[in-house]
Ligand binder design. Structure first.
Ligand code: 5GP
Length: 201
């Protein structure tokens, strides 16, 4: 793995904590970072398009990708569907010396930690000081079925238990303070990316 020059930033944290919002803000301000999309077997949601948020594939195809070694890591998230990062796109960006941003669950974070060199990996754990905030945010997402809310809360418990221990940087994502959270994440990324970003011309 000595050819890796870039850095992968994993954004981790329980459902409802605001990972998507923070990544969206980073993407708007830093379009020259890489934002590889993952594969999943979950259903496509209204407003999503295949190839934009995820590659939506069926279980058979996903399992074939596992067998062919095409995934850097994969996990069954919220006890149901497969999610996995694509080795090819992430390694290509890292080899090119890029800053790469990807959201994964805690299992994905642990797996990637086992395969990538420490110096090429940074994990940022978005969290909330109390679980009630998180429950209300998950409920506010609207039409999630009761079963799915239950599964998400169960995964959230596990993420809370491990996040601070496994990840490099915990960052509080407080209700109504998206800007503060974004600034902290931005600072971590820019500090950690010194020497590779801004990219040499
Ligand atoms: P959603 O279905 O709401 O987009 O994502 C559900 C969860 O899947 C996210 O909170 C994130 O933790 C996880 N996830 C998204 N992409 C990946 C991936 O490529 N690998 C793993 N392990 N988890 C992912």
């Amino acid at each position: 793995m000595s050819e890796i020059k870039g850095k992968l930033f994993l954004i981790v944290g329980p459902s409802g904590v605001g990972k998507g919002t923070i990544i969206k803000l980073i993407k708007e301000k830093y379009p020259d970072f890489d934002y590889p999309i993952s594969a999943t077997t979950r259903d496509i949601r209204p407003g999503e398009r295949d190839g934009e948020t995820y590659h939506f594939i069926n279980k058979l195809k996903f399992e074939k990708m596992i067998k062919n070694g095409e995934l850097l890591e994969y996990a069954i998230v919220h006890g149901e569907e497969y999610y996995g990062t694509l080795k090819k796109s992430i390694m290509k960006a890292l080899t090119a010396g890029h800053v790469v941003i990807r959201e994964v669950d805690m299992q994905g974070c642990e797996s990637i930690k086992r395969v990538l060199p420490k110096e090429n990996l940074v994990s940022i754990f978005l969290t909330v000081p109390n679980k009630e905030d998180l429950i209300s945010r998950i409920l506010k997402r609207g039409k999630l079925p009761q079963e799915e809310i239950k599964r998400r809360m169960e995964s959230a418990e596990k993420e809370f238990a491990k996040g601070g221990r496994i990840c490099d940087y915990p960052v509080d994502s407080l209700n109504g303070k998206v800007d503060e959270c974004f600034k902290q994440v931005e600072k971590i990324i820019l500090d950690e990316a010194k020497g590779i970003y801004p990219y040499p011309v």
